[in-house]
Design a protein around this ligand. Structure first.
Ligand code: GCU
Length: 607
């Protein structure tokens, strides 16, 4: 064990590194969108770097030899995965080179960043033939400052994206979703003043409904700054000054500020708390001498008490569903506000107040829509099944993805849970790895709950299962994936099954379910029929009501999704069919069973 400990300290410091995106909040910033059609070269044998493809050379004379041409190459849409844009690329894993030409007018005193919402998996960015930087990880934002490389007038951005799987990556070689490659989220040029507000956090102090605390970080030459935090609608204005490094932490009582000299009894609570029934967002303005940012932020507290999860001090049951970031109808990686509206609209239609974004950070459109819709969110990094637990680079990569997930969404009231892994094998090196991540998450954000989806249970007797994964020790909330009635046992075995855990902590059944193509009907014991899937739901929901410390469920899964591990012709056809809705929007019987269960539950909670 000692060996692991020493090396972890070394790696632990990787968290100290700043986020991959210096532009904390792109929303409200002056940006130039580079979305659209980009010429793209598919480079299966990694020829590109050697041939200097990033220089986008053109033959200078008829005898000149240049063995590639972006101009002559077909385009790919950005944002978008390449797999669903071209039949020939459906299974493609490897490098693709993108080029985007654009004209730019430089404005004195501004700095410019090339910002990527995400690109899967390994990305290298070149501007005007000069390398700007690299990024690893498919689901979190990153940017590079291009101020000095940017030209007045014509510019060209070349981006190599490689989604080849590797044992040391996160996720590693095997996962049950499609390895969509490409520039999968928006690309923007973001303009900021020479000294700008890099990031800020403002949230209710744990256990308080009116005391706020947070911080602001500036980036740029000027050191000390006067900072103003305003919540105009609540009559809150707070001023402070940063330290020499441009950082200011603050804490203040919003009611005192909003009330001024009036006696407290005359002052209504300044802040309405965010909740699923009333997802109140306030405009918050953070400003300094040279810069200001606006954001829409909800204020709420989330904590645990024994086996209960408390939202704003009151116990709440998380009526949830798990979902992938897969586009409805057209398939492929979802990215647009419309995709988010359709998917989360279905989540609401089910009667949910909670959603598990599996198994990686979903796009910001979904998270911000959840904020507005009043859907609480479980957000997760793709430490999925087995990864290279003893490889320092793998841990640093997982830490970076965790840091970037928290950096992007730490001001979203909807996000209540950070999940550090899914269904990982119980072994010492894995536990050390995940303990480090749990600690990192707490160090970065003490206002939210840490969880993980586990599936390691002891069969204490024929009808008793005990969640005993040692990881439970370091979590605030326990996630349990159990497929009783599908991968083991029959649906009706749930009627007698009792579930226990080794901890007096809230439990979320983060996955259960069964597969059926929409429209395939038969007896309830006929595998792959909607009736069998529904039978799993019926028995599971009855079983779940008896579980101790149960604080929520997120059945697997909202919508059928593509997966390279699902091979059964005429049934799966490379799709995981456990959706309660098909990828064509057809609601299966189980959809209505779950909807009825949630409506009844919501009704009883209202009484
Ligand atoms: C696993 C896993 C999911 C997977 C599901 C299934 O538990 O977490 O990613 O899709 O089970 O087998 O359908």
């Amino acid at each position: 064990m000692k060996v692991y400990w020493i090396w972890l300290v070394l790696v632990g410091s990787a968290v100290g590194a700043g986020p991959s995106s210096l532009i904390g909040n792109v929303h409200g910033r002056t940006t130039v969108s580079l979305d659209g059609a980009w010429h793209a070269i598919v480079d299966p044998y990694e020829n590109g770097v050697g041939s200097g493809i990033f220089r986008d050379e053109k033959p200078k004379s008829k005898s000149d030899r240049v063995e590639y041409s972006f101009d002559l190459s077909p385009v790919l849409n950005v944002p978008g995965d390449w797999n669903t844009q071209r039949e020939a690329l459906l299974f493609y894993e490897g490098p693709v080179w993108y080029r985007r030409e654009f004209s730019y007018h430089k404005r004195p005193g501004t700095r410019v960043f090339a910002y990527f919402g995400a690109a899967n998996y390994r990305t290298t960015v070149y501007l005007n033939g000069e390398k700007q930087g690299e990024h690893e990880g498919g689901f979190t934002p990153f940017d590079f400052e291009v101020t000095s490389t940017l030209r007045e007038g014509g510019n060209f951005l070349v981006v190599e994206v490689n989604n080849a799987r590797r044992a040391e990556s996160v996720p590693a070689l095997r996962f049950d979703w499609w390895n969509y490659g490409g520039i999968t989220r928006d690309v923007e040029l973001v303009e900021v003043p020479a000294t700008f507000i890099q990031d800020y956090s403002i949230q209710l102090k744990k256990g308080s409904t009116h005391e706020l605390d947070g911080w602001v970080r500036f980036n740029g030459p000027v050191s000390r700054h006067e900072v103003t935090i305003q919540i105009p609608e609540a009559g809150v204005e707070y001023k402070t000054v940063t330290d020499e490094s441009g950082y200011a932490a603050f804490a203040f009582d919003a009611s005192v500020l909003a009330c001024g000299k009036r006696p407290a009894r005359e002052c209504p609570a300044p802040l309405k708390l965010w909740s699923p029934d009333d997802p109140k967002l306030y405009q918050v303005v953070v400003s300094g001498e040279s810069d200001h940012v606006k954001d829409e932020i909800g204020f709420r507290t989330i904590e645990v008490q024994g086996g209960k999860i408390l939202l704003n001090g009151k116990a709440i049951f998380l009526r949830g569903i798990s979902m992938h970031e897969e586009a409805p109808f057209r398939e492929g990686r979802a990215f647009s506000p419309e995709d988010a509206q359709t998917l989360l609209g279905w989540v609401k239609e089910l009667g949910c107040n909670f959603v598990r974004f599996a198994h990686y950070p979903h796009n910001e459109n979904e998270v911000r829509l959840a904020d507005r819709m009043g859907l609480m969110v479980w957000s997760e990094i793709p430490v999925y099944w087995d990864v290279d637990w003893t490889n320092p680079a793998t841990l640093a990569n997982a830490q970076a993805q965790l840091r970037d997930m928290i950096a992007r969404d730490h001001n979203r009231a909807a996000v209540i849970l950070w999940s550090i892994s899914n269904e990982t094998p119980v072994k010492p090196e894995r536990l050390a790895f995940l303990k480090q991540l749990a600690q990192d998450a707490r160090d970065m954000d003490s206002t939210r709950l840490i969880t993980s989806a586990m599936n390691h249970v002891d069969s204490t007797s024929a009808d008793v299962r005990t969640l005993s994964d040692p990881l439970g020790e370091v979590l605030d909330v326990l996630g349990l994936n159990e497929y009783l009635g599908w991968y083991w046992g029959r649906p009706e075995d749930a009627d007698k099954m009792q579930w226990k855990s080794n901890w007096n902590k809230p439990l979320i059944v983060s996955e259960f379910g069964g597969g059926a193509p929409a429209g395939r009907h038969g007896d309830a014991d006929e595998r792959w029929t909607e009736e069998y899937q529904d039978s799993v739901f019926q028995h599971q929901l009855a079983m779940i009501e008896k579980m101790a410390n149960l604080a929520g469920i997120t059945p697997w899964v909202l919508m059928d999704f593509r997966s390279p591990t699902r091979l059964l012709p005429g049934v799966q056809d490379y799709h995981n069919r456990k959706g309660v809705i098909s990828n064509r929007g057809e609601r299966k019987i189980a959809f209505y069973t779950l909807q009825k269960f949630y409506r009844k539950m919501a009704e009883s909670q209202r009484q």
